[in-house]
Design a protein around this ligand. Sequence first.
Ligand code: UDX
Length: 471
Amino acid sequence: MAGGIPGREARRRALVFPLPFQGHIDPMMHLAGALHARGLAVTVLHTRFNALRPARHPEFRFVEVPDGVPADVAAAGRIIDVILAMNAAMEASPAGVRAALASAMLAGGEEEQEAERRPRGAAACLFIDGNLLAVQRVAAALGLPTLVLRTGSAACLRCFLAYPMLHEKGFLPPQESNLYTPVPELPPLRVKDLFFSPVSNHEKVREVLARITETVRNSSGVVINTSEALEAAEMEQLRGELAGDGLPLLLAAGPLHKLSSRSAGSSLLDQDRSCIAWLDTRPPGSVLYASFGSLAAMDPGEFLEVAWGLADSGHPFLWVVRPKLVRGCDSVQLPDGFEDAVKGRGMVIRWAPQQEVLAHRAVGGFWTHGGWNSTLEGVGEGVPMICRPDAVDQMMNARYVQDVWGVGFELEGELERGRIRDAVRRLMEGEEGAEMRERAKVLRRKVADCLESSGSSQIAMDKLVSYILSL
Ligand code: UDX
């Protein structure tokens, strides 16, 4: 990791404003950590909804922004509704955002402003999540350049940008009859893999994606949490597709969690570290880690099948059962007899220190919903995966895991205990699982190379910092 940059540059400040959901907070805070390690001061803007805990990040300044998310939308916590409600509230009354941004632009910056005679204060730029168009508009009015952090893959951004075309060509909205039709413009994706949610109103999805596209196109640069080792072709295609917009900067600077480690600090739920001591007692490569991220949910019947599928696999497992994993249940009960059936072999916890778990030598496989952070974290540790995508970009992530990198496979169809047992055995035992494990190790090495001092992700970070200092 590069050291701090001394002198005048060390005083420049970057503002960061993540979308307040775990899968979006983590990469933004990792980016903040990486910028800080390179000598920039950082101010984090955050909402009351899913508020961050400033005491855990003494190195950053924090400014709260009024989010305007109505109580019922906040309580339901559905990401698409929160995004739309937040943007609508901020657009209807931008004064609160404007005041927070203006204060963040000056926070800690008066001295620098004085020293550098910078009319704009010490803040060089604002990194925003791609879902925060309303914030970008306010920043533009204040003369503050925005850069977008895309927390999904490059393939995912290509897909979002292509959404109008996918509708014009009839690929979307998806129909039962065309789910397995390949999309020639976005190989290797099929219609089924394109962003959509089985439970969200398709018009809302379109609106959210149109806003992301506008935010990206209006920005002064885009950083994608990916690696050239994973998506060199997709990055190249994106550069071509965005060239007409005159985007000054498009960088693959990830996996960001490998450039700065702040997962515990930005975790919205407390991580249960007792699992590490338990993993210490297990043989190398023996444990399946099962976790479905912070948002994916399943029906009560599916939950039972997962529990008994894990039990029937015969393999040791560590399973994250977070609150609300089962639709309609705030606190989830394990089935009767389950704990006795897996005694000594299975551990169930509410929330894990996931990156540490995946890096543990005892972990030999990862059953994931395929959120992009989880995918990067699995790839980054060379752990082969079973993907059970739920929504958003997870279908396309599963496609890459299976068909592009060959480091796992998708568990399709009904969630049923016998199929789950077989999938776990397929990953953890036998030749096919061993081949995926081998490919996962090779991929980990390639990703790690990009993180070395002359690797593409480090070079991207160098370019990013120089660019920020030039603003
Ligand atoms: C999602 C998806 O990335 C994406 O489909 C969409 O954009 C909305 O956000 P999420 O479903 O939470 O996020 O998944 P993921 O991207 O994998 O992020 C989860 C994060 O929580 C990871 O960084 C993971 O390390 C962390 N985590 C998960 C824990 O720290 N402990 C756990 O027990 C489980």
